[in-house]
Design a protein around this ligand. Structure first.
Ligand SMILES: *Cc1c(COP(=O)(O)O)cnc(C)c1O
Length: 395
């Protein structure tokens, strides 16, 4: 690593954060009204948020939870995945997608990614299926839908469950259909950096029967939830049918979500406009590779993952990020592949080359700021900074 250079004279004055949330007065007023209402945990607003999300997606139902991790964990338990089972997923994801497989005592089986979308390679999934395989967790990386048709086809033929990690993919479409609109379980995230935020939060969609079981498992395994017990006419009696979790969403979170959902189409429009500006600026730069959007999908554009052509540069990815930081541009990396993390590396004896496509792309990827708070001037600052670093360090 070289010594960090001094901040540039021509750099923007203020640091540009990578992904701050945009919370409006409507969300703030709704939260305050919730606090004054006497009902702050799971209640009428959570119910309405579930209804509105299901209506937006065209899903038959939705279960609001306190994170996407909780949604994934609840879904695996509901599907009956446990010790002795294998679950296939991608190495290029956030740790939560794989941690939940460990939580239920199953074995994660990683399958490398496609070089263009960086999504799980559906052609390679088939070869990873064994008699122990119980489920597949595709992750819609950056908001670009996984090629679902061959995946569901393989799963159906082998009798496997598919649980989609759609943490990045709210508003994404595959062959015209919104991700989360089907009968299969799909988990969304409303974490602070995601396209729609409730601070912390998540949502599970799926068939009515699946959601009914998931709802019970997500809340102590109780036969009726607090809202029904404490509401007028509610009864005190309940039964514990399973040692369930404490994963419910609060009405304070749902208050944020109700307004964020109304704003989602506008948010997505702005994200697409920023992406168009980046694409246009970087398309002709041979040291840079811009993200793809296949013709059969609509990208949700959670992340803008720029890839460096390292052979065209004199610096590596880490130094490139440092140069952008010196120019007051906040960036991130999505993701440090699962097989490099000490827990997984040591437990499953992975080497970096175990998943060569995930690893080689990890070494050259940078996520640029992509959020709805970016002004055109901010976007221009990012573009100028990236171009400046490329021109200074071109080989
Ligand atoms: C953010 C994220 C999660 C976890 O979401 P939480 O709501 O923070 O639990 C899971 N998978 C992926 C791919 C994510 O990016």
């Amino acid at each position: 690593m070289t010594a960090p250079s001094r901040p540039r004279a021509n750099a923007r004055q203020e640091f540009l954060p990578f992904a701050p949330p945009l919370i409006g007065e409507e969300e703030i007023n709704e939260v305050v009204a919730t606090l004054r209402s006497g009902w702050i945990t799971t209640g009428p607003k959570t119910k309405r948020f579930e209804t509105n999300i299901a209506a937006y997606l065209g899903a038959s139902g939705a279960l609001a939870l306190n994170s996407c991790t909780a949604a994934l964990h609840t879904a695996l338990v509901t599907l009956g995945v446990g010790p002795g089972d294998e679950v296939i997923t991608t190495p290029l994801t956030f740790a939560a997608s794989v941690n939940v497989i460990e939580h239920v005592g199953a074995r994660p089986v990683l399958v490398d990614v496609e070089a263009d979308t960086l999504n799980i390679d559906t052609a390679m999934v088939e070869r990873a299926i064994t008699p122990r395989t119980k489920a597949i967790i595709p992750v819609h990386f950056a908001g670009h839908p996984v090629d679902l048709d061959p995946l569901y086809d393989a799963a159906q033929r082998r009798g496997l469950a598919v649980l989609e990690d759609a943490a990045h993919a709210l508003a994404a479409r595959y062959k015209g259909r919104l991700i989360g609109s089907g009968e299969n379980p799909v988990a969304f995230s409303f974490y602070a950096t995601k396209n729609l935020t409730t601070g912390e939060g998540g949502m599970l969609t799926g068939s009515p029967e699946f959601l009914e079981r998931a709802r019970l498992i997500s809340l102590h395994g109780m036969s009726r939830d607090a809202w029904k017990r404490y509401d007028k006419g509610g009864k005190w009696y309940y039964e514990v049918l399973y040692p369930g979790f404490k994963y419910n969403m609060t009405d304070i979170q749902a208050a944020l979500g109700l307004w964020q959902l109304k704003k989602l189409p506008g948010f997505e429009e702005r994200r697409r406009a920023v992406v168009a500006l980046y694409d246009q600026a970087f398309a002709q730069e041979d040291a840079l590779e811009t993200p793809v959007e296949r013709p059969e999908v609509e990208h949700a554009w959670h992340l803008y993952v720029l890839r460096l052509r390292l052979e065209a540069l004199r610096i590596d990815r880490d130094q490139f990020i440092e140069e952008l930081t010196n120019r007051n541009i906040g960036t991130s990396v999505h993701f440090i592949p699962i097989h490099l993390h000490p827990y997984y590396r040591d437990k499953y004896a992975f080497t970096p080359e175990s998943y060569p496509i995930a690893y080689s792309n990890y070494r050259r990827m940078i996520s640029l700021p992509l959020n709805v708070r970016l002004s055109d001037a901010d976007v221009a600052d990012v573009i100028e900074a990236v171009r400046d670093v490329v021109s200074e360090f071109r080989r």
